[in-house]
Design a protein around this ligand. Structure first.
Ligand code: HEM
Length: 187
């Protein structure tokens, strides 16, 4: 009898991979954005001084690019043959689009696996693209800026309460996010 394999760790964020979680769900390299952000809390704090501050907007857009919350778009069907990188997809096929992978495309973003809070390179696909682009994009952005700015200015000592590798990620395919974010509010 062979020994059970050691729990695999995600190559991108070092979290333990669950057995039901397919490998392809982990995109790109680098650790999760919260860990990155906590490593540079000064920068986040500076970025979040005001909810409408341009730096807060850049930081929120970079979080959205780096860890696209809707990492897979809803399904599409080809209405004609499409050639993608030399592979032809016939007409009438179901296609899954990875917005998260597109947001880490090195042909589109320089140094894509780095979280750069002042990256000023609009055009990520966290809200989708085209006719079905998110109707709530403006509201979603604004909510994130207000929430992040408010929490960080209210609790400037906030820090992760667990090892970043132990953060509980949701075991879902289309939506990417944490089940919870354990933090200490005071140092
Ligand atoms: C950070 C927050 C949000 C993210 C990351 C997000 C992401 C997305 C994405 C990627 C799509 C396109 C899916 C596809 O093409 O298959 C989408 C569609 C949509 N979103 Fe959002 N969304 C957010 C917040 C919101 C909010 C706050 C609302 C409403 C108040 C909203 C309403 C919608 C609607 C109605 C659509 C469908 C549009 C259509 O099919 O024509 N979203 N969202």
């Amino acid at each position: 009898m062979t020994a059970a394999p050691a729990p695999a760790r995600c190559s991108t964020c070092s979290r333990r991979r669950r057995s039901r979680e397919p490998r392809r769900k982990s995109r790109g390299g680098g650790r999760n954005s919260i860990c990155r952000a906590s490593a540079s809390t000064g920068a986040v704090r500076a970025s979040s001084r005001s909810a409408t501050d341009g730096r807060a907007r850049l930081a929120v857009d970079e979080f959205l690019r780096y860890e696209a919350p809707v990492c897979m778009a809803t399904v599409r069907f080809t209405d004609q043959p499409v050639d993608i990188g030399g592979v032809e997809i016939p007409a009438g096929e179901l296609v899954m689009l990875s917005l998260g992978a597109a947001n880490r495309d090195p042909r589109r973003f320089s140094d894509p696996d780095r979280l750069l809070l002042r990256r000023n390179d609009p055009g990520h696909l966290a809200f989708g693209h085209g006719i079905h682009r998110c109707l709530g994009a403006f509201l979603g952005r604004m909510e994130a800026q207000i929430a992040l700015g408010g929490v960080i200015s209210r609790f400037p000592q906030m820090a992760l309460a667990v090892d970043q590798a132990d953060l509980p990620w949701r075991n879902t395919t289309m939506l990417r996010g944490l089940e919870s974010l354990p933090v200490t509010l005071r140092g």
